[in-house]
Design a protein. Structure first.
Length: 293
């Protein structure tokens, strides 16, 4: 277990040293964000010009600023949807690149190899991602939708948690349901990651067969798979916790150009952290799947 955790951390450090790869990813994130950031920034700047210093008129001018701002932000909704899809697609492509480098065990990975793998496996990984999203959505429906409501009706005669026998019972029910959802979501992500590694190593094109292999390997070695992923996730959470202080400092006070720019840079830093820890997760899971072959 210690070896798997070390492999995840070492994989993250190695990915952080591949400045050309994460530089490309950083530029891609910047290109995706600019279609929203630039128009929104102009709208905020023009709306803020309505503000005046006198406190007697501040309420009226703030209302006027929002009246000008909201219609302009509403125009960005189609662009925001396109940006969200582009960010999702970038995540799929980067997963393909990192997974391919981990599965092949490249000692000196290049940006060309990363981009080649991202293009080669993109659509296969996209199908796997859709299967994972469907599984997570189905799990959420089971735990928070009609089945959960039916269970509550059979248990206490009502769909309201307040009708349970006591407050501790209600809290235990909520905690248990949340824990099941977190564990189920983590299992879906791990099975998908293991399936991605199988797609690359076996040269398969079937997403269903790959997810079946991933589920089988996860059931065979749940503790090892969990340890391999948990080490990278723990490092990611720790780094994001540090970034949160940066975000809190930039969010306090007026929305100056320095604060807004700092928040934008912090967002890009979060993207870099997620990409490098994702590489570490695939490096550790590759070792698990290699042992299970």
């Amino acid at each position: 277990m210690i070896a798997l955790a070390s492999k995840a951390l070492l994989g993250t450090v190695r990915a952080a040293c591949l400045w050309r790869i994460w530089g490309l990813l950083l530029l891609s994130q910047l290109a995706i964000a600019l279609p929203v950031v630039l128009p929104a920034g102009r709208a905020f700047r023009e709306a803020s010009n309505h503000r005046i210093e006198s406190p007697h008129f501040s309420l009226a001018t703030d209302f006027a600023a929002w009246s000008d701002l909201l219609p302009r932000l509403a125009l960005l909704e189609p662009v925001l949807a396109a940006v969200a899809f582009a960010a999702f697609a970038l995540g799929i492509a980067s997963s393909a690149g990192w997974a391919a480098l981990a599965a092949r065990g490249d000692l000196r990975p290049t940006a060309a190899a990363f981009c080649s793998a991202a293009g080669e496996y993109f659509f296969r990984f996209l199908r796997l991602a859709m299967i994972s999203l469907i599984a997570i959505a189905a799990l959420r429906w089971l735990l928070y939708g009609s089945p959960s409501e039916a269970l509550l009706r059979a248990w206490c005669g009502s769909e309201e948690l307040t009708e349970l026998s006591s407050e501790p019972v209600a809290r235990a029910f909520v905690r248990s349901r949340s824990t099941l959802f977190v564990v189920g979501t983590a299992a879906a992500v791990l099975a998908s990651d293991l399936g991605r590694l199988h797609l690359i190593r076996a040269g398969s094109h079937s997403a269903l067969a790959a997810i079946a292999v991933g589920v089988r390997r996860l059931m065979r070695s749940p503790l090892r798979c969990g340890t391999a992923a948990a080490a990278a996730f723990a490092l990611e959470i720790a780094l994001l916790y540090v970034i949160s202080f940066w975000v809190s400092a930039a969010s306090s006070g007026d929305a100056t150009q320095l604060n807004v720019a700092s928040l934008f840079v912090a967002t890009l830093a979060v993207g870099v952290i997620r990409e490098t820890t994702r590489a570490g997760r695939f490096a550790a899971l590759a070792a698990v799947s290699e042992d299970g072959r």
